[in-house]
Design a protein around this ligand. Sequence first.
Ligand SMILES: NC(=O)c1ccc[n+]([C@@H]2O[C@H](COP(=O)([O-])OP(=O)(O)OC[C@H]3O[C@@H](n4cnc5c(N)ncnc54)[C@H](OP(=O)(O)O)[C@@H]3O)[C@@H](O)[C@H]2O)c1
Length: 321
Amino acid sequence: MRTRRLGRTDRELTAIGLGCMQFSNTGASRRFYAPTAQDTAAAIVRTALDGGVNWFDTAEMYGGGHSERALTTALRDLGVRPGDVAVATKWPPLGRTARSIGATVGDRLDALQGFPIDLHQIHMPWGSLSPIASQVKAMAALQLEGKVGAVGVSGFGAAQMARAAAILESKGLTLASNQIQLNLLHRNAERDGVLETAKRLGVTLIAFSPMRSGLLTGKFHDEPELLGRVQPIRRVLGGFSTRTLERTRPLVDELGAVAAAHGASRAQIALAWLLERYGDTVVAIPGASRPEQAAELAAAGDLRLTERESAALTERSDRAR
Ligand SMILES: NC(=O)c1ccc[n+]([C@@H]2O[C@H](COP(=O)([O-])OP(=O)(O)OC[C@H]3O[C@@H](n4cnc5c(N)ncnc54)[C@H](OP(=O)(O)O)[C@@H]3O)[C@@H](O)[C@H]2O)c1
């Protein structure tokens, strides 16, 4: 699978990592996806590894540590050793001061069961009782103490990213990543300065919901009755509605045409488009609810689209948003 450098660190990540929100099982994130049994989570992780994936994205918020434990239990049971793969997790700022970053890192390491925090991210730029600058400084302190490998953020705008990067640089560190929604139906980063700022600063953009929470797989277009089974927060995040299905059908049809030419799935083509369009700046963290999906998603990391195919998808995307 093709790889990308994480920001300006020396860590090489596969262009496709595995998003582990699907392993939340409890708490608010449980309202995105139905619970995943541990043996299913283990099979998903094994399939992703077999497909060449070398890193995983989780978060404290994903079930208050449930996802972190499910992931690392699976890795341990598969004989993967700490350091063999990279693990990214996140600190949730909601209702907390920046001091909680240092105070909770031990809990994160406990939940990761011996796997190091290769990337620690501020989960969102809002909700904390402390300014962003204090949060970034607390993250910097963790990296300087050797408790985390690199510092990233999530959902940060262009100016917030630049400020975070400047604070880290004043301490001899760099901002490794900004995790944002990026997919054929959500290309805000192209207009709001985030993409340009990431390129300028050498920050990796980690594309979350790269299949628009599953909408770009086309299965809801094929079977609209599935919409009724989508969990509430996922429905909102992905904009799942019959009107959305109508508006996006030409794009999904085009994904289908390109997929047929490659003997691939629409999900894979949606991921391949992301990797082609944004090049070295972007890695994607699709989530999988089943092992077969993880196999498909990992294989997308090797797919190459022609310029014509990419352009046709971009043109349909322009009209669908
Ligand atoms: N930083 C943030 O604020 C933030 C926010 C959201 C997500 N994330 C991260 O991003 C990751 C991925 O985002 P996401 O889960 O929202 O969206 P996504 O990756 O676009 O969609 C994942 C879902 O699509 C369906 N799917 C996957 N592969 C498929 C395939 N080959 N064929 C058909 N359906 C397929 C599955 O759902 P079903 O089979 O259940 O339908 C799967 O759970 C999360 O796990 C999380 O790590 C971060």
